[in-house]
Design a protein around this ligand. Sequence first.
Ligand code: TRP
Length: 329
Amino acid sequence: MRKNRLSFVVAAIIIFLIGSFFIEKRETQKEKLPTVGVLQFVSHPALDQIYKGIQAGLKEEGYEDGKNMTLVFQNGQADQSKLATMSQQLVQEKKSDVLIGIATPAAQALANTTSERPIILGAITDPVSAGLVKSNEKPGGNITGVSDKSPVDAQFDLIAKLVPNNKKVGILYASSEENSKYQVEEAKKVAEKKGMTVKTYAVPSSNEIAQTVQVMASEVDMIYIPTDNTIANAMQTVVNEADKAKVPIFPSVDTMVEQGGVATVGINQFDLGVQTGKMAAAILSGKSQPATTPIYTFDSGDIIINQKQADKLGIKIPENIREKAKIVE
Ligand code: TRP
């Protein structure tokens, strides 16, 4: 009886050891899958679209989460200290082979964490002024990616055609966003060249947005918004306040037109993500190196019009523009 029990215990131990050996082996095999770590700055419709596009782009190039690649996603919720810790996690704990930063502050947090692991920029307005690459043509380090610099000139051409009598433009952006400052400067130049007067309104945080838009509504004929994450995140507030005073909003991207802007010429946010995903795949498979891969830029955008919003504000869309435009609700 005793002997039996002993051999039972021995057998159990052996089975346990063999079992754990296989489980461990499976886990190490799992760890061997290449890891793509994504850090998104904050949630707003544009960045969420970009992340969806990234997944599609990776898939198009044959990388599927759980099959031949592990995708780790983190969202910094617009919090600098969260961005820093999450970057650490993606680099050290998760041992990401390729990192992707969605929006400038996320890319900067990753860049501060590693100068070796490849980083792909997901829709960064100006990688050079953000201190991420030496030049767009020859990035030179461990970073390359996609810029979403918007076609400001075409945007103001469209604005001039839709509201020819509106001459006073107010530009709304967050003073904390490096990426917006660049675009604000450019928009100012372009608008002034087209005979408009420009006033800029920088909000210190999202708390001041409603009040700032109220002030703008009494001082300008229209509101222009660059690709600013803080404003994109509070688009509903901006639209509510501007609607009260019947002031049209001209943002820089499709998603912000969908949220209540009137019109824009913009780069499709999902497409930005697809391009980012494809670049990440090329680096992951060793086909290309960040240092010698130029920053990808889109040279044209689509005309996007929110017909309901235009009707509400009494803005007539000329037929020749409507024909070429994508109409959104
Ligand atoms: N370009 C922004 C950045 O560099 C990120 C961004 C992409 C964005 N698409 C947007 C911001 C749309 C606002 C709206 O941080």
